[in-house]
Ligand binder design. Structure first.
Ligand SMILES: *Cc1c(COP(=O)(O)O)cnc(C)c1O
Length: 356
């Protein structure tokens, strides 16, 4: 059971916006709001006054437009795929133009339909992932017709290392971004993701684009998490048993009982998005219940010897993510990041929304 606190997401949005001191705060709701359900998350953010959203794909933008209605700006981060011009216009999406070729296609479309089309322009300030490289920006700056028929609504870039506040590359990217933005049509500027908002007062420019922090992931790794927790994951006990010393446990008998043990099997596995390497304990009533043996597709075996016999009747819920174990901690144990944990948590879970 995946419990998502919509009120906490809204509180996190307010916290980020307040931190921006008057600058605008967008919301990144790509990948179905990091797996939490854009249909429930985005309207609450719009209610908070958020009027600028970011998704990754045109398809996500089309779905979000139906959810949010006509008013907010919906930007497509992955850019304008060849042939997607009509779909973007029909849904009123703002493509993030990542190359001169995409700009040419969008400009051609504007000329063909005799309209001014909106765009965000992304420059590569030092990540080598998406956006126009400096040479391309120079060429466009020298071409007076480059933006004919295009309304540039935003000039943006993205940090490679915003979660490492002492990295010199953050300042270098900021300077590169400013220099590149100056060569492009005047428009509001956007650089900071969640962690970027916590880098310093001058990084957010006009509009910040947080995603992870809205969903409770710590935007300041190594420091206490300023965000409210959003996600709680519980799994049901399906069966319990007593096993004798030397019993092989689970696939490959990867664990073997070293004593008489009480174990419980819970309905959670890697098909639910729980990585085989992710956190190795559940919690019940304050007690830590270690996993024993391998994570299966649909189940995990827990050592519940610490509990009184019969404490975990079938149907009882144990906590996997919650007050005893945060998303970030689960991720760290799996050698990954909270983003991957959230976006992996499967469609299979019964999702419960609270404070909606
Ligand atoms: C995903 C993404 C964001 C949001 O990043 P968080 O770290 O989740 O806040 C912002 N900008 C771009 C370009 C992104 O791809």
């Amino acid at each position: 059971m995946l419990t998502i606190d919509l009120g906490a997401i809204r509180a996190n949005y307010r916290l980020l916006r307040d931190r921006l001191g008057g600058k605008r705060c967008a919301a990144v709701v790509k990948a179905d709001a990091y797996g939490l359900g854009a249909d429930r998350v985005a309207p609450g953010l719009a209610d908070e006054g958020c009027d600028s959203f970011f998704v990754a794909h045109v398809g996500e933008g089309i779905v979000l437009r139906k959810i949010l209605g006509a008013a907010p700006d919906i930007h497509v981060l992955n850019g304008l795929p060849p042939g997607a011009e009509e779909a973007c216009i029909a849904a009123g999406l703002v493509p993030v133009i990542n190359s001169a070729a995409q700009l040419a296609a969008w400009r051609g479309k504007a000329a063909a339909c005799g309209r001014i089309l909106p765009a965000a322009v992304q420059v590569d300030s030092g990540m080598a992932r998406l956006g126009m490289p400096p040479q391309e920006v120079e060429l466009l700056a020298a071409d007076p017709g480059a933006f004919a028929g295009i309304e540039v609504k935003l000039v943006m870039s993205h940090f490679a290392r915003a979660d490492e506040p002492h990295e010199a590359s953050n300042g270098a990217q900021r300077a590169a971004f400013e220099a590149l933005a100056q060569k492009l049509p005047a428009a509001p500027r956007s650089l900071a993701n969640s962690a970027g908002i916590f880098l310093g007062t001058d990084h957010p420019f006009d509009l910040a684009r947080p995603g992870a922090a809205l969903y409770g992931i710590n935007p300041t790794p190594g420091l206490p998490n300023p965000m409210a927790p959003v996600v709680r994951l519980d799994a049901k006990v399906i069966q319990t048993r007593i096993i004798e010393p030397d019993t092989g446990i689970g696939y490959g008998h990867a664990a073997r009982a070293d004593r008489r043990m009480q174990v419980a099997t819970i309905a959670l596995g890697y098909a639910d998005g729980w990585h085989r390497r992710a956190a190795s304990a559940a919690f019940f009533d304050g007690a830590r219940l270690p996993f024993v043996g391998r994570v299966s597709m649909d189940s995990i075996i827990l050592d519940i010897s610490a509990l009184p016999q019969g404490a975990l009747a079938p149907g009882t819920l144990v906590e996997l993510i919650g007050e005893h174990q945060t998303v970030d901690e689960v991720a760290a144990q799996a050698g990954t990041i909270g983003y991957e944990i959230l976006t992996s948590l499967g469609r299979r879970f019964h999702r419960v929304y609270k404070n909606g």
